[in-house]
Design a protein around this ligand. Sequence first.
Ligand code: SAH
Length: 355
Amino acid sequence: MPEPANLLNFTLEALKEFAARELGQPGYRADQIYQWIWQKGVLDVEAMTNLSKDLRAKLRECACVQPPKPVETLESDDGTIKLLLELRDGRRIETVLIPGQGYYTQCVSTQVGCAMACSFCSTGTMGFVRNLSRGEILGQILTGRAELAQRGLDPLRNLVFMGMGEPLLNLAAVLESLTELHRPLGMDFSRRRITVSTVGIPNGLEALGRADAALPAISLHAPTQALRERIMAKAAAAMPLDELMAAADRYPLRERERITFEYLLLGGVNDSPSEARELVRLLGQRKCKVNLIAYNDTVGLPFTAPAPQRVLEFEEFLRTHGLSVTLRKSMGADIAAACGQLAARQAQELPSSLT
Ligand code: SAH
């Protein structure tokens, strides 16, 4: 007998084909199943009460609904929840639920490991292992949303593709995920509730712009090509700063939308007044927002968090020079919530057949 199909791997169209082929059912039945799973978060076929008993039995025979499995849950004092999720092949990824005012934001992974090897990033130390499939990316969000519902917490409102991996190096699966995320019959996320964070990959930002499905955040982290080469060599080589800025300038924005540039402050590396000046020179005339992030200390990496006073001065300098700046509160430091910190640590402890 063929292995049951995991319904999470189907787009709405594919689910319609499957329903016709395997179940002899019209398209609206697929709509109903899709709605149960993605809109209502009901994964148990038995609970899909508008399907006949016979159909439910048939569906259970040839299909299953298997989201990534939480194997560890960590909760920070600040309310941040981090889930370590196990995939079908035993690989592990992490996703983080970050509380806001009356809602949560989920930080989503797109790859196991990452090829970009940025010197300050924990995921980078793992190297690239594999891409997540569309079903794994979406299943992760389903699991995050269910975790919030189960705990009676605020609803999930925003998604940031800022977990493990470089989203634009898994472009097809990421773009397909965005299409599903937007479906009114499904999770119904609007474009402005989804941010895709990237170091910048040639043609990737263009493709994201064409998809018209999310806003980008660009991990800039340095105001000059030379400094960017020092701290994120692969990214800087893949897309030199002038090309990156040109691609950012071409990104199709709507009224009042802004591109976000993320700037990770690394103590003594890129947090001096001279870098702040260079950053103003680079971004001053651009329609953008700057998101400053203080480095989240990571065991084994040769960086330290910037002095709090430095962060404030940096922020103040940008602001007084006309830039729109937010300082990202570092959340969940007590549970290793920064990109890849937990999964990277676990990967070192996994049997070698899995790493
Ligand atoms: N590869 C994508 C998305 C994943 S990383 C990107 O680089 O944008 C998400 C963000 O977390 C990036 O801005 C990354 O530079 C930042 N980050 C990585 N390690 C960090 C750490 N230890 N502390 C704070 N932010 C970190």
